[in-house]
Design a protein around this ligand. Sequence first.
Ligand code: NAP
Length: 252
Amino acid sequence: MNPFSLAGKHIVISGASSGIGRQCAISCAAMGAKLSLLGRNLERLNQTLNSLEGAGHRLYQIDLSIDQDVKTAVEKIVADNGRIHGLLNVAGVSTTLPLKSVSEKKMDEFFRANVFSAYSLAREVCRMGHFSQNGGSIVFFSSVMGSFGETGKSLYAMTKGALQSGARSLACELAPKQIRVNTISPGAIITPINEHLAHISDSVKRKELEDMHLLGLGKTEDVANACIYLLSDASRWVTGINLFVDGGYSVK
Ligand SMILES: NC(=O)c1ccc[n+]([C@@H]2O[C@H](COP(=O)([O-])OP(=O)(O)OC[C@H]3O[C@@H](n4cnc5c(N)ncnc54)[C@H](OP(=O)(O)O)[C@@H]3O)[C@@H](O)[C@H]2O)c1
């Protein structure tokens, strides 16, 4: 008996074509899950698929910011693979922008990519006949920026804070169906989302960023392990929480 096993579970992972989402796919497959992988870039989705242990995984090319496409994709996912036991909403975009540069177009773009797409995906996964009748787990990806402030992060922070507060109410709404809803808030992990940004590419700024995390910068595996916990029966009595996986960023 391994309480962290994902054997027999069908897990949907958005953002599986890159960074943290790709590592979550690799780690969940290693724990026995059957996966439906979502992303826009087909070549990189295929690279993820080819890295997975086990059989029966499928990929779905989708732009999650188009609501109707989300509905169609989830119907196909359930028809292809059966009911869903878990959803990892990893897909997201990041930015560092001062207030004066935040246009209406940017606000729309970031809320669509980080909030609306994850919320639509959760809604479709929870439609009648889509989620396992025994319940399961939905995980939203917030960030330490959803709880703490940094200059230039207001737009990104608003989207990530929205996920935390929405998830708490969804946890109440979905508990009667035994569907648990939690958020994960990672600290800084170098992936394609941030590797080009000044605080990573500039060595002085990168040292400052490292020093904000008591244990230094994290690895994608650190976050994937937390996802395994929240998707597995090991967390069967855990809902409505925001789990910091941040090397101590949030204790200071
Ligand atoms: N890295 C960090 O330091 C850090 C810290 C805190 C929180 N996070 C959060 O963790 C999550 C993953 O970040 P990451 O570092 O792994 O970033 P990443 O490597 O840039 O990956 C982002 C993923 O999101 C997908 N995506 C973005 N917009 C999409 C859309 N409209 N439709 C479908 N897929 C879309 C991308 O798919 P395609 O490439 O196929 O378009 C890609 O797979 C994000 O939500 C991010 O905010 C990251």
